[in-house]
Design a protein around this ligand. Structure first.
Ligand code: FAD
Length: 305
């Protein structure tokens, strides 16, 4: 029986584990497929405070985990397959193993939507990327294709245009879907070009991205455009499948929350999962900390605790 089970071992889950364990909660982290979460895939982190020289994503992830372990957090390197939050103690399953817990913190992050075209998976991290705030500096004076036409695509393109020599927004519709304020800014930015009614059919390159094969949806014409990077900005899906029917969620699968609290007492969420705006390591750590503090306070208020 645990005081708290934390689902996910990205920055949010590992910070929650540190705070929970240091707060003397018997804590178990079910890590899911990626210890470290998205930072495990990130070569260099230059914007985490306290490390002016920067460090690799895996190194930061190892430090987060070691810090939580130092205070006694336990880890299972496996995916949680289901949860039962009908009554307390809550239950979390890993295959046929079941773990009981008084409280739960869900920090399972997001999965970016993919195009499903050739070259995308092979060149991920080698020119294919999903976060301008994180990687824009790598594209200084280089060309980038941004795929998408909503708010995040335009915001990412504007962020990239401060560094890249040319940003081409490729959008499958005839018009952008982004808000007027972003569209107006992008339209007058000389480094941003637009290709409407166009889709990416293939991402080209051997070791790194060198170009994209595009299809004009109106004429059917195919053409190859040289580029150094392809930023996928067609949206993210929350990793909340196992919470379906257990807590209140909106139609897009995001938990309905008040801060880090969900509709279920003693069940909290943290990290990118509840952050539509910033999605950074430091903000994920912040909400991981908040979720653990809320779990500690909630447990203290329970008569049985
Ligand atoms: C390529 C890239 C580069 C980035 N670079 C930077 C950067 O330089 N600086 C910066 O501040 N931010 C950067 N970010 C953003 C940052 O990585 C995220 O904001 C942060 O990792 C989110 O943390 P999280 O803990 O909420 O989720 P994630 O990091 O996504 O972690 C989710 C965790 O949930 C686990 N999980 C999923 N399903 C289950 C399940 N069923 N059961 C149990 N566990 C599960 C996963 O294994 C993982 O451990 C980058 C993102 C990407 C994609």
């Amino acid at each position: 029986m645990y005081d708290v089970i934390i689902l996910g071992a990205g920055p949010a889950g590992l910070t929650a584990a540190l705070y929970a364990a240091r707060g003397k909660l018997k804590s178990l982290v079910i890590t899911g497929p990626m210890v470290g979460g998205q930072i495990a895939l990130t070569y260099q982190i230059d914007n985490y405070p306290g490390f002016p020289e920067g460090l690799t994503g895996p190194e930061l992830s190892d430090r987060f985990k070691a810090h939580a372990e130092k205070f006694g957090a336990e880890f299972i390197e496996a995916e949680a397959t289901s949860v039962d939050l009908a009554s307390n103690p809550y239950k979390a399953w890993v295959g046929d193993r079941v773990f009981d817990t008084s409280s739960l913190i869900v920090a399972t992050g997001m999965t970016h939507r993919g195009l499903g075209v050739q070259g995308e998976d092979r060149l991920m991290g080698r020119g294919v990327f999903v976060c301008a705030t994180c990687d824009a500096l790598l594209y200084e004076d280089r060309k980038v294709v941004v795929v998408g036409g909503g708010d995040s695509a335009l915001q990412e393109a504007l962020d990239l245009a401060k560094f890249a020599s040319e940003v081409t927004i490729v959008h499958r519709r005839e018009e952008l879907r982004a808000c007027r304020c972003l569209t107006d800014r992008a339209l007058i930015e000389p480094r941003i070009k637009f290709l409407y009614s166009t889709v990416v059919e293939e991402i080209l390159g051997e070791k790194r991205v060198q170009g994209v094969r595009l299809r004009d949806l109106k004429t059917g014409e195919l053409k190859v455009v040289d580029t150094d990077g392809v930023l996928l900005a067609i949206g993210w899906n929350p990793n909340t499948g196992l919470l379906r029917g257990e807590i209140e969620m909106n139609d897009s699968g995001y938990p309905k929350t008040e801060g880090v609290k969900t509709s279920k007492p003693g069940v909290f969420v943290a990290g990118d999962l509840i952050d539509r705006n910033y999605r950074q390591v430091v903000t994920s750590c912040g909400s991981g900390c908040a979720a653990a503090i809320e779990a500690i306070r909630w447990l203290e208020a329970q008569p049985s605790h």
